[in-house]
Design a protein around this ligand. Structure first.
Ligand SMILES: *Cc1c(COP(=O)(O)O)cnc(C)c1O
Length: 480
């Protein structure tokens, strides 16, 4: 085990040198009476080279898209072109202060204005707020819009939110947090929303339906026009969870399918590194009739000048300090501009082709419950391995680590037993896909011939199987 940075600490060593202050010092003691800590914080004292070694070592232990393929379904762990980082770090963007007067940040406002327009074009929506900081935060914003819309119409009894049984956990969690009663709509035997079941749930108490398309099985909801009609006829709104947009961007648009509200995950579809907690961005787009409910401010343009527009008649208020995670917006802008309309479409088509290529090559080795043309991801199952040799989806996932791959998402969606949700993304080469397929086939063979090997995996990592329950329930987050 390597040392923690605290354990590397040697009193008296240090690695910082600050410039001379160019403003007069301020004594905080009086104004912050009672709020100041009584003793200095215990900080590690480490020389510069030791700091560099510490973080280099951590970076080498961590697995990321830059170290290997990361087929973590639903998360769209695509490669993020480095030029987007360059763009986000340009001093004219990175050194801005959010309190600067509008006339001094015209470039930044223009970028936000243009990004909003591009997201509208890609999704078929009419206005976007860029404030939400994640997909879940976007859902919260979107569900708040649904609530505000019904309340503004004095339609107070609409308290039920419909969510499919294949939904991502954030959908029901969001609806619940906002006080909606969560109603589950069943999937049919093709893995799609059961439209008859949906119809039977409709009433004047329905606030809306939260849906992702393609769904979490990677399957396109073919009856989306009918689904949309059923919900709208009952007076509900249609919410699009855009986490799977990589599967349709440039080819189909949620706005054209009948969705009223969408959130996007810029950190999934539009090329910002993610995992480990951010920063992310979950813009929310709406059709015109909901634009007046959006959070303030939006970015407007008048007489060639960009401005922050706080003038929305039914706004739900602010959902984020200042204007959102601006650096992520810059990366999305750079990514979309670099790809252009044709590139966006091609990226989507490659993502879909790659997923189908893997699915096709694994079907003889793993059960694939809904085995037909998928979009950007598909769900395999280790049910055969479990029945025959006691090898579970978790074991397969752990063994993949030994082969140099990040595991896929497992045990999700809940409607698949021993699920392995595989999303290769468009940025993997055919050689890499072949190598991944070989690893998965090899693990299927090992499961038969030497199941203990798979059940004991990973064998090649510094730490073998961790006690994940204890790690989640009693995490040790503090040194001491
Ligand atoms: C990732 C994801 C979300 C939540 O997005 P976060 O940015 O992680 O909060 C919601 N729905 C689906 C289908 C997702 O894959």
């Amino acid at each position: 085990m390597s040392k923690l940075i605290f354990e590397r600490s040697v009193p008296g060593s240090g690695a910082f040198s600050l410039p001379e202050g160019d403003v007069p010092p301020v004594e905080l003691k009086d104004s912050l009476q009672g709020f100041l800590r009584e003793s200095d914080p215990i900080l590690p004292e480490v020389s510069e080279v030791e700091v560099v070694r510490h973080f280099t070592e951590l970076s080498q232990k961590a697995f990321g898209v830059d170290s290997g393929m990361y087929p973590l379904g639903s998360c769209t762990m695509k490669y993020n072109p480095k030029i987007n980082e360059w763009a986000a770090r340009l001093p004219g963007f990175a050194d801005l202060h959010p309190d600067q007067p509008e006339e001094t940040v015209q470039g930044a406002l223009e970028l936000m204005y243009e990004l909003e327009k591009m997201l509208c074009e890609i999704t078929g929506m009419e206005r976007f707020t860029l404030q939400p900081a994640s997909g879940a935060h976007g859902e919260m914003t979107g569900a708040s819009l649904i609530k505000a819309y019904h309340e503004q119409r004095q339609d107070f009894q609409r308290k039920k939110m419909v969510v499919p049984d294949s939904a991502h956990g954030t959908n029901p969690a969001t609806a619940h947090m906002l006080g909606f009663e969560v109603i589950e709509v069943k999937s049919n035997d093709r893995g799609l929303v059961d439209v008859d079941d949906l119809r039977s749930l409709m009433s004047d108490q329905i606030a809306g339906l939260m849906l992702t398309n393609p769904n979490t099985l990677g399957l396109f909801e073919e009856e989306i026009a009918e689904i949309s009609a059923v919900v709208h006829e009952a007076g509900g709104l249609l919410y699009y969870d855009g986490a799977n947009l990589n599967a349709i961007m440039g080819v189909a648009r949620p706005g054209d399918m009948g969705f009223d509200i969408v959130h996007l995950n810029l950190h999934k579809t539009f090329s910002t590194p993610h995992g480990g907690g951010g920063p992310g961005s979950g813009p929310v787009g709406v059709k015109d009739f909901l634009a007046e409910f959006l959070p303030v401010p939006l970015v407007g343009k008048k007489d060639g000048q960009y401005f922050l527009d706080y003038n929305l008649s039914h706004t739900i208020g602010k959902v984020q300090s200042f204007y959102g995670n601006f650096g992520v917006m810059v990366k999305a802008y750079a990514y979309i501009k670099a790809l252009g309309g044709r590139g966006i479409k091609e990226a989507c088509q490659h993502a879909v082709l790659n997923a189908n290529y893997i699915r096709h090559n694994l079907r003889e080795y793993y059960e694939i419950p809904y085995d037909r043309l998928c979009k950007h991801e598909f769900v395999a199952s280790a049910i055969k391995q479990k029945k025959e040799n006691g090898v579970t989806a978790l074991d397969v996932a752990k063994r993949l680590i030994d082969y140099g791959y990040h595991p896929p998402t497992i045990y999700f969606p809940l409607i698949v037993d021993e699920g392995l949700m595989i999303e290769p993304t468009e940025t993997e080469t055919k050689e890499r896909l072949d190598d991944f397929i070989k690893a998965m086939q090899e693990i299927a063979r090992e499961s038969k011939e030497n199941p203990e090997l798979v059940k004991d995996a990973p064998a090649k990592t510094p730490i073998r199987r961790v006690d994940e329950v204890t790690a989640a329930r009693q995490p040790i987050l503090k040194w001491g």
